[in-house]
Structures are given as C-alpha cells and as structure tokens.
Write a protein that binds this ligand. Sequence first.
Ligand code: KIV
Ligand code: ZN
Length: 517
Amino acid sequence: MRNDIVRIFDTTLRDGEQSPGYSMSTQEKIRLAVQIEKLGADVLEAGFPAASPDDYTAVKNISQKLHSIEVCGLARAIESDIVTTWDAIKDAQKPRIHTFIATSALHMQYKLKKTPNEILKMTEDAVKLAKSLCKRVDFSPEDAGRSDRNFLKEVVEVAISCGADVINIPDTVGYLQPEEFGDLIAYLIGHCKGGKNVIFSTHCHNDLGLGVANSLAGVQAGARQVECTVNGIGERAGNAALEEVVMAIKTRPLFYGLSTNINTKEIMRTSNLLRKITGQPVQPNKAIVGRNAFAHESGIHQHGMMAKRETYEIMKPEDIGISKSQIILGKHSGGAALRSRLSELGYEIKDEAFLDIFKKFKNLADKKKIIEDADLDALMLGEFQKNISEFTLVSVDAHCGTKQQASATVTLKTKVEGVVTQNALGTGPVDAAFKAIEKITKKLGKLTEFRMDAVTEGLDAQAVVSLTLTTNQEKRFFGRSGNTDVVVASVCAYLDAINKVTQREGIEKNSQYGRGV
Ligand code: KIV
Ligand code: ZN
C-alpha cells in the first residue's frame, strides 16, 4: 500500500442520496455508479442495504455491475444489518462492509441508550462478524469529533484488534476546526495500538463550511482515505466535496506531496451527471464545478487572462474536463457532431437509441437556430427514464384563453392497460393536463414543488420544468423535462415523477395503479 496515495471513498450514493432532493431510482444510481467508477474513485459506498428494499436492490445491482472499484455497503453495528449488507454486496468483484456505531456521550445516551461498555461490545461483535463475511471492513465511530478521546481510542483499538482494515473518523455534525480535526487524526494514528497497520480515513460534514478543509487537515496528519461526495452533497450542509479535495491535492503537489487515483478529466462529467439526474443545481460560484469557477467577468481579469492564463487561473479547465467547444450545432449539423458534443456532456448513447435522439435534435433545430448545451441537456432529460416507464406520453392537446375554461386531452401508453385517453378541465392548461393524467394513473401524491425555467435566452427557448411529487408516505419524487412547449414540458416532468413512484413502490406488481402509495 503506497503511502503517498490518498484513496477516494465516494459516498454520493449513500450519504449524498439520503439528503432531501437527492433521492435516485435504482436505474439512476447505476448510471451514476458507472460514472464514478470511470472517475477512478477507489471505493464506492453504494447505499445502506438494511435501510429499505430499494436500497438493498440498488446496492445489489451496482455490486453486480461494477468491475474495478470496491463496492461498499453501510451497516449499523448490528447483526441483521451486517448480514443484509453482505448479501447485497457479495457479488461485487471487491466487496467491502462499512459498519458504524456512535461513540459520543450525546449519541450513546440519547440516541442509542447504551453504556460505553455496551458500545465496546457491539463494536467487537460487529467488526468480528463483518470480517468473518467480507475481506475488507471499514469501521466508523459516529460523531467521533465530539467523542471523549480516551473512549474513542478504546473503541478504535477494539475495532482494529477485531480485524478492521480502515478506521474512518467522522466529524458527523461538522463541528471541529481544521487544526482540531488534524490533531485528532494524528493522536489516533500515534496512540492507538495497531494504528500504524490500518488506514485512517476522514468523513467530514460541512455544517461550518469546513468539510474540505478538515479532510485535508486529516490528510496532512496521516489519513490516507477521504470519504467525500460529488458536488459535496450530503446530510444537511453536505459532505466534503470530492472534486475540491482531489483538485487541492493535485494543484498543490509540493504542499501535500500526495496524489489520488482520480482521473480529473472526468470530474465535470460526473458533476453534470449528478446534477442532471437529481435536477438539483450547483451553486454558480461553487469551487471547481460551479459555472463561474472558470469565468472571468471583470475587464482587469480578462486582460490578465489574455496576457497569461496563470494570472487568474490556478487550474486548467481542461484538467477537470471542461472543453471549450468551438462547434456550433444547428439544423445543418450531422450525427457525428451531435454524438461528439453529447459525449463531452456525459451522454454515452447506444447506436439503437441514437437515431431517435438525432431526429429529436433535428426537430428542435427546425424551431431554434442554434442548439446550446442546455438545449441538449433538456433534450436528453427523457432518455434516463425511457426503459423504466410505466406511462409514456402519446399526445397532449390543451386549450386555454380568456374566453373558455382551460381543458386538456391526454393520451398515455400504459404498461398494463395499453393506450388510454382522458380529458379534464382545469385552472389553466397545465392543471387540466395534470388532472387528465391523474384520471389515468390515479393520484399518486401531492405536487409540492413546481418550477419552470427557460434554459436559454429568447422566445424560442426551451422550458425546463422541475417538480416534486410527495406521496402519502412523505416520500419525494423528482420529475424533470424540457420542451419548447411549456405544456408538453410540464406533462413529461409529471410523468417522470409518476414513473419513479410506480417503479419505487413496485405498483406494477399489483397491476392496480394507485394502490399502496
Ligand atoms: O456522518 C457520519 O457519521 C456518517 C457515518 C455513518 C460514517 O455518515
Ligand atoms: Zn456522514
């Protein structure tokens, strides 16, 4: 094991996915997992298999799909969680169990209602069981940042003696300052029996905006694995952002004297894919992947950049995979130009699917002179859900105006009942179309968010509709679609969310839409 490599443990699909607005279907998780493998992360935490049947299925599917990356499942330090997790990951080429238990007085007393001795015993049992099933085991003392040091040391020593390969130190609530976190890592490595024989890892939350700084302080103190997420997503204010940790290490080689296995040219593609799948925007000034991260507005800066790039840029945009494409796509563009641009944007399309996309592109190019990247993103929105759709739009016909009540007729192709048409009145054409859809699909939840954005400028711009459907069980499903027609965009976004509900709840097995949700 080289000591100058920092292993990247990606937890986008576990800690990231459990935060509001980031839930993904199994299909979407697989798509992102494949990209994270391509990015070169060393470990992918695919989920928390004991948390729900959906999580279990997603982890199992990902384990069977990936090749080079280690696939990890999270388990509480209890027998049933560990056994379920092993079952979900055992088909992976390189399986890994990550088991955890809280060690701070607050968590032990109020959350777990356990004594320190009980925690020590649970740690011992959990790590021994995990190790008996799986070659590679990570152990985390949750809320380590606020745990008593002596007790933390005791727990870590038990985990090491029972066979843990990696000791991950979470600052669960993002409380520590970089010096404190670095000091904690150095203390544990230096004082724990067996500490030099395992890898120490960081898991820093961003509640005070210090997730990345704390992770890097941990690395300077000797940690050789960082748990982090793409775009820094995660519980509350998120986790340390993968791209920021990786680019800090790469940009300052003399300072850190370290490297990672990440292919940084895949960073932008990975960030974009997550954004597209979840529909959650990245703040424009976000380091590395925000849209302004390499934009230069002020005259002085632009002048400096033209004279010498390094005056205002410490990294090359190409190094994170931002290409400065000079090709303008429009109605005369051919398939090769479209395919190449889509690939740069992170869409790998099979030959069978390409013809259909090319047709859609030509249709759009007839309506819009210049096709921008945002147009292509909007065009590709529907492609993610295609294979899992319970309901697909055949047609929508809406009428509105000042002299009549809005009405809509919607025809859907359904997996169970074939082609079905319904019509309805509404307060506007979108409302009428949604009511017609609900007559076919039955009402699967409440529309709790609805947003419409023009993706480019001008009257011919495409509208992208993003909405959230919240089920009676308070589960939120995100839908998104784009079209030059706002009613069509809205209808497709609604169907996107509905299809996710039906897929998640397995309603098709009951062959009765609307049951059980
Ligand atoms: O933040 C945390 O403590 C966690 C653990 C499960 C590692 O996510
Ligand atoms: Zn966490």
